[in-house]
Design a binder for this molecule. Structure first.
Ligand code: FMN
Length: 372
């Protein structure tokens, strides 16, 4: 019997999506502070298998399945997250100043599509507060910290380039020593102010130049809009080229609800839900972005962290075949619970063995030619 699907999920889904999210984080925070609770969870969920271990961008990952940004925005659940079998976790997005995010309601479920509609607008406690929290945490597995420009609300005037860049610099300064890697979120689909800035040529170079004086020792990843247009990918690669700290890319959610997402939930249900779609409907777009990036990027320097609609080992393996070295999940955690991490990892072991691979790195890019 699957405890999460049969008991916990019906209880959580009884609440609206945001209340359920906050309740889950609060429960994880409390459980993380109870002596022996994380250890017991670890005994239940943890997963290690040498074929899944890899060294990516100078970091050691015990398995390739990580938690995507946005679930633990403020780093409250880290102690418990460490015991769910994830190979790594990313917290945030974090901004220089604290933000309340967008107006509620701003989080919705589309169970028929195994999707979530999100319009959070980057609420978080702010970089300084979160840095203090991170300073008390003992990192057991790679911990990513995702940075974004502060959301000043829908009525705020557009920010200048200097202000946008300063916001990232300020957050990076506060947290970089507490992170295994930093992700610069350049494309939040729901935040006003700053989201189009990085579509302008030269903007990424401007940000990376401003970060240089911080002498950030950990790798940087850029989370960009999911645009598989070769010209956009070439621009991104060109702007990153002089900055050795940049070691790879992630793709964010697409803005709005494009027809290409092929939602099966009736339009009258989702059209009143503001925000971007996460989960199964974004898998195909994310896969196209991964494949296109893998074909074009210098592979001795960059890696791809692939997310978007991963629910099973087959979904994860497909992204790896297209070129992702690591995988992130979010929506699957909501629909399947923490047991999904172990299921994906166990399935990956079987898929690797079936293809005659002895190590997860051999699967990366192994299927990209067939798809393009
Ligand atoms: C409720 C929710 C909040 C999110 N918040 C963030 C965020 O703050 N920063 C970010 O970079 N991505 C955020 N994301 C995007 C996820 O990190 C991930 O890229 C995306 O959900 C695709 O993975 P999935 O299909 O497994 O959910 C959020 C996603 C969801 C569903």
């Amino acid at each position: 019997m699957n405890l999460y699907r049969s008991i916990l999920r019906p209880l959580l889904f009884h609440w609206d999506a945001e209340t359920a999210h906050h309740a889950t984080i609060a429960a994880c925070r409390i459980a993380g502070a109870i002596p022996l609770a994380p250890q017991l969870m670890r005994a239940w969920y943890d997963f290690a298998a040498s074929p899944l271990e890899s060294n990516v961008a100078g970091l050691t990952f015990p398995n390739p399945v990580g938690l995507a940004a946005g679930w633990d925005k403020n780093g409250h659940a880290l102690r418990l997250l460490d015991s769910w079998g994830f190979g790594f976790a990313e917290i945030g997005s974090i901004s220089a100043a604290a933000s309340l995010g967008n107006r509620r309601p701003r989080l919705f479920r589309l169970p028929q599509d195994r999707a979530i509609v999100v319009n959070y607008g980057l609420p978080n406690d702010g970089a300084e507060v979160i840095a203090q929290r991170l300073a008390k945490h003992r990192i057991r597995r790679p911990l990513g910290v995702n940075l974004v420009k502060t959301n000043q609300g829908p009525d705020a005037a557009a920010s200048s380039a200097e202000r946008i860049v300063d916001d990232y610099v300020c957050s990076a300064q506060a947290v970089h020593r507490h992170a295994s890697y930093l992700t610069l979120n350049l494309s939040c689909p729901n935040a006003a102010g700053g989201k189009d800035f990085f579509a302008q040529p030269g903007s990424i170079r401007q940000l990376l130049t401003a970060l240089l004086p911080l002498e950030i020792a950990c790798p940087l990843f850029l989370k960009v809009a999911p645009n598989p247009d070769p010209a956009e990918i070439e621009r991104l690669l060109e702007e990153c080229e002089p900055f050795a700290a940049v070691r790879g890319f992630l793709f964010n959610l697409p803005v709005g609800k494009a027809a290409s997402l092929a939602l099966t939930t009736p339009r009258q249900v989702w059209e009143k839900m503001p925000g971007a779609v996460a989960g199964q409907p974004v898998a195909a777009l994310s896969n196209r972005c991964i494949a296109e990036m893998y074909q074009r990027m210098p592979r001795d320097r960059y890696v791809i962290i692939g997310g978007g609609g991963v629910f099973s080992a087959a979904d994860a393996y497909e992204k790896m075949g297209l070129g992702a070295s690591l995988i992130q999940i979010y929506t699957a955690l909501v629909y399947e619970g923490p047991g999904v991490v172990g299921r994906i990892n166990r399935g990956l072991l079987q898929l690797l063995a079936a293809d005659g691979f002895s190590h997860v790195g051999q699967a990366v890019g192994s299927g990209c030619r067939a798809t393009l």
